[in-house]
Design a protein around this ligand. Structure first.
Ligand SMILES: [Zn+2]
Ligand SMILES: [Zn+2]
Length: 85
């Protein structure tokens, strides 16, 4: 399955909620993939997840920048279940 590669409304999100805020726990998603992803396991973008412990620590601006650079400012989503691509 092809990668999404969208460059619109990119969000750096935590791959694992308990995985910390380092670069290897960061994934760049466009807003559509992010909402597709979050509707599977989360209530929705920006909403707290009551059943899953505390929210992960936010990424630093440097980590966000590094994640975006690593992703070439494009969505990294390759999920087979994602309907966006
Ligand atoms: Zn995407
Ligand atoms: Zn996707």
């Amino acid at each position: 399955m092809a990668r999404c590669n969208s460059n619109h409304n990119l969000i750096v999100h935590h791959i694992k909620r308990d995985g910390g805020n380092s670069l290897n726990n960061a994934e760049v998603l466009c807003s559509v993939c992010y909402s597709n992803y979050t509707t599977v396991s989360n209530p929705g973008p920006g909403e707290p997840i009551a059943h899953d412990g505390p929210s992960p620590p936010p990424f630093s601006q440097q980590t966000i920048n590094e994640a975006l650079t690593r992703a070439h400012n494009r969505c990294e989503c390759e999920r087979l279940t994602c309907l966006n691509h």
